[in-house]
Design a binder for this molecule. Sequence first.
Ligand SMILES: [Zn+2]
Length: 351
Amino acid sequence: MSAEFRARIPALPLPSPQRRVPVPASAREAVTAPATARASMRRRRPPWVLMYHSVSGCTDDPYRITVSPYRLDRQLRWLRDRGLSGVSVGELMRARAAGRGAGLVGLTFDDGYADFTDSALPLLHRHGCTATVFVLPGRLGGDNAWDELGPRKPLLTADGIRAAAAEGMEIGSHGLMHTDLTTADDPTLRRETKDSRTLLADITGTAPDGFCYPYGTVDSRAIEAVRSAGYGYACAIDPGALTGMHALPRVHIDASDTSPRLFLKRLLNPVRRKPLPAAPPEPVDMTGPADTGEPVDTTEAAPAGTRPAAGRNEGDAVGPVDTTEAAPAGTRPAAGRNEGDAVGSETGGSR
Ligand SMILES: [Zn+2]
């Protein structure tokens, strides 16, 4: 192309620098509202909290509350291999409130067995985990006398509780004596919740923020007692419509939980458990529709093919995870306790 020809080509207008066009406030809301709603849904998603009890090589285990150190090591490795970090429930809930809960799994150890410091702690450290230990300050150095079938297992002493706290574990209350709060009279209810918190504050120097309902049984009266005793959260097992900060769902873990079962339990957790109620609306947020705070039935969100069939429990739906037959006679949860219809082995270990 000659210079003369090029000179005869009319100059094409260059694209003008992109101008910032003011976006009407109404349009901005349309874009940001879904993101806000998504963040809110993430915070309400049922947390995945694993429920352990005893960690030992004991094979006499009628209540399915024991995992061997080898099995716990494998389970913690399974979490880590999937980019998940096991943390105490207090840490989990604080992280979720700050929008940093992704990849965190709550780890809890009920009853405060003495084997926690000997067997569980070294493995938790090995995998970079923390956990919450729910102890019984009314049975310091005692044993699990509430388990009729035994075997008897020693519980942490005050020194053992302090040692666990010194190793970075969260100490929570499991009540004083391992009493079913739904059948306790008012003075007992107060002792189990308020007095156990005071005793633990004396032992560790810090009033515990977390409570755990013995046997996983919970009702609105027990929730109110726990809340007024000053606890910031409480763990149940499958609290259904009562789900909230003072009735957090958990998943029972036992010796049979190998990789496929953990995979299924993780998959089914948001299907089986109800989301947490919505937090009170921010004072400045006056744009969105009012949130009633009513729990949403998560079965609507079940991925195709994973929703349990009507009238069947989750264990039925996933076959290999169903271990309901393993619960010994007389130890099955009473009707209405909810944990019986959870993923198979969640029936066992509701101690
Ligand atoms: Zn217990």
